[in-house]
Design a protein around this ligand. Structure first.
Ligand code: B12
Ligand code: SF4
Ligand code: SF4
Length: 356
């Protein structure tokens, strides 16, 4: 008879090989159970750092034990998929330039589950999670050995950096877990904390999301606090700064290989000013067509117009005054009008100071 560990490890190796074949860049296995860092999550919410992301504190109990989101499951196959940290920086964070990673990765994880059922010769109960449920994905990924919690809060892998998405397939099969990633490879480095333009990293591994440009440009539905508009600079959607400066990304960031994440036409080759002007002038129909399947739909057109106005206020020139005046006077949404008026004020100040 074959010893269970030998059988199991052989299956685990085949699962990982299949995951790599599907296009994932890292794969590991974790046993489901109580979440060691659930306290860190609760503290973070209690401090108000989740801001308006009211969906996060929901299902707090399920977040404390990874067996609860899908009862009957006992193991997770945790994967990471690179999105090309070597691509140039720009007004849209790299992760959001192409198709929505939730769709791309969920389809691949569903395919992995089908393959697994055929491989073990019986149906496998389980579910793919890519930001789609009460799972603390970074916690699960560390437990599966994929990396450590960097001081910028991202999961960092020693040979891939951090420009990757995470996902998990929870299953009802007992699988041999990988060793958790125990080391803290940040050492004395604090580059990410120093580089953050809004001081959102209040201490190592503690992010005040209400100050984070990613939150302000994507999740926040209302006005962007005035004091945080100028530090947004030319960032229209998301922010990669605390990852760009990370030595593990400087060294290991990859070229983009997944075609689904390639920038869509509306973004490719547009600089911040051009893209901001395009968005300010866009109708809902044009937006729906240009951003079909894009993660940028999350901010909705009104959120993107708000962000575009801030960007033009920060990096615009006299050429941008006319589109901003149109938005300030005629946009149907008060949110957009107010941000456009702010931007006009900023531009007037900068023209006055360059004249003086
Ligand atoms: C809410 C959310 C956000 C929020 C808040 C981010 C945050 N740092 O908390 C906002 C909108 C700001 C955001 C931004 C981004 N996000 Co986001 N986000 C999430 C989401 C949905 C939940 C994260 C969460 O629960 N945060 C609450 C905090 C407390 O949890 P945590 O950051 O995961 O931290 C855990 C550990 O670090 C640990 N921990 C924390 N502090 C401490 C301290 C000690 C001492 C110890 C031991 C442990 C510990 O415990 C925590 C709980 O397990 C996850 C998907 C998911 N379901 O997990 C994606 C996710 C984290 N985001 C992701 C990405 C790509 C981004 C951005 C890079 C996008 C961008 N370019 O703009 C930025 C990065 C900003 C940053 N510096 O984190 C990826 C991260 C991949 C990776 N390599 O880590 C995820 C996993 C989505 C995915 N499926 O790929 N995001
Ligand atoms: S994503 Fe940008 S704003 Fe948010 S913590 Fe990192 S550097 Fe700061
Ligand atoms: S920049 Fe430095 S401190 Fe921040 S995550 Fe990377 S290694 Fe860690």
């Amino acid at each position: 008879m074959i010893a269970p560990v030998t059988r199991a490890s052989a299956l685990e190796e085949r699962i990982k090989a299949q995951a790599f074949g599907l296009g994932f860049d890292l794969a590991g296995i974790a046993r489901l159970g109580p979440v060691e860092t659930a306290g860190a999550f609760d503290d973070w919410v209690a401090r108000g750092y989740a801001g308006d992301m009211h969906y996060l504190p929901r299902w707090a109990d399920k977040r404390r034990d990874t067996r609860l989101p899908f009862p009957g499951t006992v193991s997770a196959i945790v994967v990471a998929m690179d999105y090309g940290g070597r691509s140039e920086t720009g007004p849209v964070a790299r992760y959001a330039r192409g198709d929505d990673y939730h769709d791309v990765m969920t389809a691949k994880l569903d395919a992995l589950r089908e393959w697994l059922a055929a491989e073990v010769g019986h149906p496998v109960r389980g579910k793919a999670y890519v930001d789609t449920g009460p799972l603390l994905e970074r916690d699960l990924a560390r437990r599966a050995g994929l990396g450590w919690f960097g001081k910028n809060t991202n999961l960092v892998n020693p040979e891939l950096g951090s420009f990757f998405f995470l996902g998990a397939l929870v299953v009802d099969l007992e699988l041999e877990p990988d060793a958790p990633f125990e080391a803290d490879r940040c050492g004395t480095c604090t580059r990410c904390l120093e580089a953050c333009p809004t001081n959102a990293l209040v201490e190592p591994r503690l992010l005040d999301a209400t100050r984070c440009i990613s939150y302000l440009t994507i999740e926040l539905k209302g006005p962007i606090p005035e004091g945080l508009r100028e530090p947004m600079g030319s960032l229209l959607y998301g922010c990669d700064i605390c990852q760009d400066v990370c030595p593990f990304n400087v060294k290991f960031a990859q070229e983009l290989k997944e075609p689904a994440y390639a920038p869509r036409a509306a973004i490719a080759a547009r600089d911040a000013r051009q893209l901001a002007r395009d968005l300010l002038a866009m109708t809902q129909e044009e937006f729906s067509r240009a951003f079909r399947k894009s993660p940028m739909k999350r901010a909705k057109l009104r959120g993107l117009k708000r962000n575009a106005a801030v960007v033009l206020g920060n990096v615009g020139t006299t050429e941008d005054v006319a589109p901003l005046m149109l938005a300030a006077g005629e946009d149907a949404d008060q949110l957009v009008r107010e941000h456009a008026a702010w931007a006009l004020g900023r531009l007037a100040d900068s023209v006055a100071s360059s004249d003086g």
